[in-house]
Design a protein around this ligand. Structure first.
Ligand code: H79
Length: 442
């Protein structure tokens, strides 16, 4: 009898161990620091918005407006919008070429849209026919091609996934323009569509990050966000998940509204935090005006602006996720490639001041100087984009008497002197790069 009880107890215990779901919301600070390490060191990522919205390319019935939001902007009925899937045939898509553009730019991770708000799945999903393999003539596993190319190039591969879905009947908000079913069952969408699709993505493509969006719909709750967070981390413990998995985001600035909000990092969109961030954070931004490809959008940011943004974000302790919107032919727009190349050229000289650094203390000295620090705190980098009379005057940080001061990309140490509370550094006659320069102080 005693033996039986022992046996039963053991069996219950073992069953529990097999089915136990770990609660990753209670992860220790040390464990999170370790998990976030590569992300924190990466600093610079590439966002890719690509889907069947690249076919209309920002124009519907002769009218401009909308990119990846075009279905909503022009109130396009589902049956009309679905026709773009049949026209999506990006013959010039070359994963290796995209990844080589990313590599040359100096990005360390890529986040590509597996599904945007329009609901079209960019991989061969087993639970829908509304995907690239079943509904489009381009019968290739683009996510696999990209994740393989990333692996070869030493770049982390990650996925953007929209919670909001304008195509899946059960996901539609009541009263929304896309509603075409009397009683949408959001829980059904969540349990039988969203979660199984994400499980597929993790299994097939092993993403390093899941980058959620479209969490603001009224059906989605913080509780569901926490549930999803735990579900995904149990599938892949090392996974990193942005804060849009839950409801913790406070407007476009994207920082946490409350402390225990689900998600590993904050996501300001189209803006940079005004000062040093308190938590892990990443600014996502476009190179022109739009995320998805828009043929009439020629409003490209200059290489100067992009490099200034990278420097500003790094000094404030964040990551920069810079977007490209490839065309329906499968090409990253030329003006994007040119600018990314300039960023890569700049980073080749100045990478030491960007990757694997901490934000500066202080992070700035006036509008034209930013500071970063090596992780061990032994080196401070002053990154500046403007100087007069061939000298740089620094007030906010004081190098020690007799310290050696260098410019990255220049061999000889620089002459410098103290004037009152300022350090005056003589700049070399020939500068090693364009746009911004780095002074290294030990
Ligand atoms: O994928 C790109 C865009 O399509 C998507 N996010 C980037 C990365 C995007 N969706 N919406 N927007 C951008 C702007 C939406 C703003 C709002 Fe809101 C949603 C206003 C009200 C609801 C942000 C979230 C501010 C409050 C909640």
């Amino acid at each position: 009898m005693k033996k039986n009880i022992l046996l039963i107890t053991m069996m219950i215990f073992m069953t529990c161990a097999v089915f136990a779901q770990k609660n990753y919301l209670e992860e220790s600070k040390e464990a999170k620091t370790k998990r976030m390490q590569w992300w924190d060191d990466a600093t610079f990522g590439m966002f890719i918005h690509w889907g069947i919205y690249a076919v209309p390319a920002g124009e519907y019935n002769g009218k401009g407006g909308g990119a990846e939001w075009i279905m909503e902007t022009h109130k396009i009925p589902t049956s009309e919008y679905e026709k773009y899937a049949a026209q999506f045939n990006p013959q010039q898509f070359d994963a290796k070429q995209w990844v080589s553009i990313a590599k040359n730019a100096g990005v360390k991770y890529i986040v590509i849209t597996s599904k945007h708000h329009d609901g079209f799945s960019m991989w061969d999903s087993k639970i829908t026919k509304y995907d690239i393999m079943d509904a489009s003539p381009f019968k290739r596993d683009i996510l696999k091609e990209l994740s393989d190319a990333c692996k070869s190039a030493g770049i982390k591969f990650a996925l953007y996934h929209s919670i909001m879905d304008w195509h899946q009947p059960d996901a539609k908000s009541k009263g929304s323009i896309h509603q075409n079913t009397a009683n949408p069952d959001f829980n059904k969408y969540r349990e039988e569509y969203l979660k199984p699709q994400l499980a597929e993505l993790i299994k097939k493509y092993d993403p390093a990050i899941l980058w959620f969006d479209g969490e603001w719909i009224p059906e989605w709750t913080e509780e569901q966000g926490k549930d999803l967070y735990n579900y995904l981390r149990n599938l892949k413990p090392s996974l990193i998940i942005n804060n849009r998995v839950g409801k913790g985001r406070d407007g476009m600035q994207g920082v946490k509204k409350y402390k225990d909000a689900a998600g590993d990092y904050d996501t300001p969109e189209q803006e940079i935090l005004a000062g040093a961030g308190q938590d892990y954070w990443e600014s996502c931004m476009t190179i022109n005006n739009n995320w998805g490809f828009v043929k009439a959008d020629h409003n490209w940011k200059s290489a100067q602006t992009l490099i200034d943004n990278l420097v500003d974000i790094t000094a404030k302790g964040g990551n920069y996720l810079l977007n490209v919107g490839p065309s329906a032919e499968g090409l990253i727009p030329g003006p994007s490639v040119e600018r990314l190349t300039e960023m890569g050229d700049w980073l080749k000289v100045n990478k030491e001041a960007i990757y694997s650094t901490k934000g500066g203390h202080p992070y700035n000295d006036g509008p034209n100087i930013r500071f970063t620090q090596s992780k061990d705190g032994k080196s401070t980098y002053a990154i500046f984009n403007k100087a007069e009379n061939n000298e740089l005057v620094i007030n906010a940080v004081q190098p020690k008497e007799g310290a050696k001061i260098y410019m990255l990309g220049v061999q000889q140490p620089l002459e410098w002197s103290k004037k009152g509370n300022s350090a005056v550094i003589k700049l070399p006659a020939v500068l090693p790069c364009k746009y911004a320069w780095v002074i290294k102080m030990n």
